[in-house]
Design a protein around this ligand. Structure first.
Ligand SMILES: N[C@@H](CCC(=O)N[C@@H](CS)C(=O)NCC(=O)O)C(=O)O
Length: 196
C-alpha cells in the first residue's frame, strides 16, 4: 500500500476525496490547510507540492495528485472492490465523466455568484438526477460523492428553500446515511470549519 498524505480543509472541496478515502478504507495522514490564510502564507511545503495552494492535494508515494475529480478517480480505480467506478461499461463511464465535468466546471463556481444563479444551476443538477437514487441511476459512484459535497456546502451556506430541490435533498439524505460520509463530517467538525 502507498503512503498517502492528504491536504484538506474541513468543508472545502477536499471533503469529497476525504469521503472517498473512507469509502475505500485507505490509511492516510491528514494535513490541515487553513484557507483563511492568503495563498502566499500557506506552508511552503504545501505550495511546493501544489503551486495553486488548493485543497484537495494528495501525495501518493511521492506523486502529487490534484483536482477533486482526478483524486476520486484514482481512489476508485485503485480500489475496484469498493465499486465506485463503473469500469468496463462505456456508457456509464461516459455519464460519470459528464457528471464530474459538469460538477467541477459549472456547479462548483455557482455558489459564489449568489443564491439566484446557484438555484438555476442546482436546479439543472436536480433535474438531471431526477428520481434516481444515484447520479448513474441504480449504482453509487464517485460522481455522487462529488455532487453531494457541492450540494452540502450550498445548502449550508445559502439555505435554499426546503422542497425547492427535491431530488438533491433526497440524494443528500441517502448520502448522509453512509458511514463514510458520517465519519468524514465527524472528523471535519472536530477539526473545526475554517472556511473563508
Ligand atoms: N478545481 C479544483 C477546485 C479546488 C478548490 O477550489 N479548492 C478551494 C477550496 S473549495 C481552495 O483550495 N481554495 C483556496 C484558494 O483558492 O486559495 C478541484 O476540483 O479540486
Amino acid at each position: 500500500m502507498a503512503s498517502l498524505i492528504f491536504y484538506l480543509s474541513p468543508g472545502a472541496s477536499s471533503m469529497a476525496p476525504h469521503i472517498a478515502l473512507h469509502e475505500v478504507g485507505e490509511t492516510f495522514e491528514s494535513r490541515v490547510v487553513s484557507l483563511k490564510q492568503k495563498r502566499e502564507a500557506r506552508p511552503a511545503e504545501f505550495l511546493a507540492l501544489n503551486p495553486e495552494g488548493k485543497v484537495p492535494t494528495l501525495v501518493a508515494d511521492g506523486t502529487v495528485l490534484t483536482e477533486v475529480a482526478a483524486i476520486l478517480y484514482w481512489l476508485a480505480r485503485r480500489h475496484p472492490e469498493a465499486n465506485l467506478w463503473p469500469a468496463g461499461d462505456l456508457a456509464a463511464e461516459t455519464r460519470a465523466i459528464s457528471w464530474m465535468s459538469f460538477i467541477a466546471a459549472t456547479v462548483h463556481p455557482a455558489r459564489a455568484r449568489g443564491l439566484d444563479y446557484a438555484m438555476q444551476i442546482f436546479g439543472i443538477a436536480d433535474q438531471r438526477l431526477g428520481k434516481h437514487d444515484w447520479a448513474l441511476g441504480a449504482r453509487y459512484s464517485i460522481a455522487d460523492i462529488h455532487l453531494f459535497r457541492l450540494y452540502w456546502r450550498f445548502a449550508n451556506a445559502l439555505k435554499p428553500p426546503v422542497g425547492s430541490l427535491p431530488n438533491l435533498e433526497a440524494h443528500h439524505e441517502r448520502m448522509m446515511a453512509r458511514p463514510a460520509v458520517r465519519k468524514t463530517i465527524e472528523i471535519e467538525t472536530a477539526i473545526g470549519y475554517d472556511l473563508p
